[in-house]
Design a binder for this molecule. Sequence first.
Ligand SMILES: C[S@@+](CC[C@H](N)C(=O)[O-])C[C@H]1O[C@@H](n2cnc3c(N)ncnc32)[C@H](O)[C@@H]1O
Length: 391
Amino acid sequence: MHITIDGLAKEGDGVGRSPDGRAIFVRGALPDEKVDILTIEERTKFLRGSVVSVLEPNPHRIEPFCIHLSEGCGGCSLQHADQELQKQIKLRIVKEAFERIGKFDAFSFGYGGGVQPTRYRTTVRCSVHNGKAGMRGFHSHDHVPLNSCGVAHQQVEEIMVNSYFGDIDEVVIRTSSHSGKSLAIVSAFDQTIKTPQGVQVVTVNQIREGSSAYIVEYVYGKEWRISAESFFQASPEGSELLIRTVKKIIENNVSASASMADFYSGVGIFAGTVGSGRQVTAIEQNISAIEDSIHNLKNEIDHVCSRIEKWEVSSHDFVVANPSRSGLGKQVPKIIAQTGASFVVLVSCDAAAAARDARRIVDEGFELGEIVILDLFPQTSHVEVVSTFSR
Ligand SMILES: C[S@@+](CC[C@H](N)C(=O)[O-])C[C@H]1O[C@@H](n2cnc3c(N)ncnc32)[C@H](O)[C@@H]1O
């Protein structure tokens, strides 16, 4: 079937229409292309297709550098678009989400930069089959074994490719680009596991029982302890770009003495940088992350180990909130309003969640300000959205 692609789904599929009007999601197709497709799934409301041939390519289409894409690897969905088109696609994904999900008519948004397009990921979650690390397939749970991964940090790729992981089914590989130390966090114990020398192999249970496993990264002129169970951005470069972006916004919008509530604070990267010299409360539910934050920032700030939803609200002048991919808990916009904050920065790693949460914050009496889009995940359709609000 020949179709014209005029949209893009947030997972990176091109979107066109079948002759009967149903949407067709086409992996590997780009906006403004004419493609010949094969239908691979048919549902009442939509179809899925794969590209047989590109009849009229987008001028920004390029040859993907990874051989594993054609084997179905689901890790990168936009390698066939050049950097300029990836940027335009991400801007469009965010714009459409704010219009469609957030129901905003007019807003100011712009691109705030990105990380290097290859070798950026210092943490990678891999599936394992027959001892070999790989990635899940696109829209599937199939295992695709990897002999290379161009978005992984060199050291992460080396561990991925040159290890034998026995009978386990999942491993998280995390490396420090600062010290070179690496962790392989495995789903279960298996004495046949073999990794390159120097890699600390630790099971999820050993960590929960108190084994020490951490790396130290260097971001914004400081060393940060990041334990195996603590969240950290996909790369220290991305973390640094986020900090600089949020710091600049805060400096332009609130006074130097304004107090800060850091919601979903992780190991403390915003509290310890944007909050430097301020009265800060950091609220984080994960014990490992809050222990890292206490190690990293000592008593410079107040630490609260709690779900935001259970936190005893106290007054703060501004809030920085950086939730996980699912976005703010439903009650959290109200809690933000209860802090009395006059300014809010919301950092979201999912465009749909960003737009939904922005609407909920506005419904609490705030006005949406500038939105900055960052590319912390090149080659994928993921995007980081920094939205601002004032009242
Ligand atoms: C995307 S991470 C951000 C961490 C930190 N801001 C950073 O950039 O490194 C989200 C954090 O929120 C924490 N979290 C998730 N749900 C939470 C909740 N309901 N209350 C408090 N913290 C939560 C997670 O443990 C995780 O550390």
